[in-house]
Design a protein around this ligand. Structure first.
Ligand code: GLP
Length: 263
């Protein structure tokens, strides 16, 4: 795992978008795993900018979102399909955007179909991730099996609370269940890129990155991934012990030479 600390949330999101752009330019048919949440909004804004300014072309990419709520239609303002349409899919051409269908009559079958679809696409090349307040990735709530695959999951009261702003501020309006890629599905992607910003995430980020691997904090399973990079702002880095080393790596490793304007 590698941690990159940048001065503010905008620079952190810009780095993530620039990494995505570099990967898409190297492989125009890249299979991208996408994440939702407020943290990711800036990343999609930056990608759209790169499309406008520099002609970034994702028209041959397939994308797979991590998760979707169960029981709300795709055009519901709180659905992740709608989030993706509004922030990305309606603004630049994406070859084949895929999300799980939270309205499927056979939800277990839909989960199996989604896994098969990812496999048919050749697996995920680059997976974007946010971090939930309870340490979840996707909707893999505490005690999710670290080898889990795409399945239905009950959301924790803390998650309902965290996501209430997208449902008029009322946790009771947030769907109680979701379809989510499993931790095992996420770990199968060839590269993981997690974006975490803000002081409110500092303690849970430190547990995920520097704490023990535990199903209580499913993001900690990313420590097992051979290529996982975590991009954070200074506020989110406040609980980390290894800050000096992380900064040194970003300043010195050749991989980051083209990104020093963001430091
Ligand atoms: C939701 C998503 C997660 C995301 C999290 C972070 O719970 N299912 O994939 O990481 O939100 O949200 P935010 O960026 O709004 O803090």
């Amino acid at each position: 795992m590698e941690v990159i600390i940048l001065p503010d949330p905008q620079k952190a999101a810009t780095l993530v978008a620039r990494i995505v752009a570099r990967e898409v330019r190297a492989d125009p048919g890249l299979v991208l795993g996408l994440a939702t949440g407020r943290t990711m909004e800036r990343v999609y804004g930056e990608l759209v900018e790169l499309h406008r300014r520099e002609g970034l072309d994702c028209s041959r990419c397939t994308t797979f979102n991590l998760d979707e709520y169960i029981g709300i239609p795709a055009d519901h303002p709180g659905s992740y399909r709608r989030y993706m349409e509004d922030l990305l899919f309606s603004r630049m051409k994406i070859g084949r955007p895929c999300l799980p269908d939270g309205m499927a009559a056979d939800l277990a079958g839909e989960c199996r179909r989604y896994e098969a679809e990812i496999a048919r696409a050749g697996g995920i090349g680059l997976q974007l991730l946010g971090l939930g307040a309870d340490g979840h990735i996707g909707f893999n709530e505490p005690l999710s099996a670290l080898r889990s695959r795409t399945r239905e999951k009950a959301l924790t009261p803390a998650t309902l609370e965290q996501n209430a702003p997208m449902f008029g501020g009322d946790p009771a309006q947030v769907p109680r269940r979701a379809i989510t890629m499993g931790v095992g599905t996420i770990l199968d992607s060839r590269r993981c890129l997690m974006l975490v910003t803000g002081a409110a995430k500092a303690a849970i980020l430190a547990q995920a990155v520097e704490g023990p691997i535990t199903a209580m904090v499913t993001a900690s399973a990313l420590q097992l991934h051979p290529k996982c990079q975590v991009v954070v702002d200074v506020a989110a880095s406040a609980g980390l012990k290894g800050v000096d080393y992380y900064r040194w790596v970003f300043a010195n490793e050749p991989e980051w030479a083209g990104f020093q304007d963001l430091a």
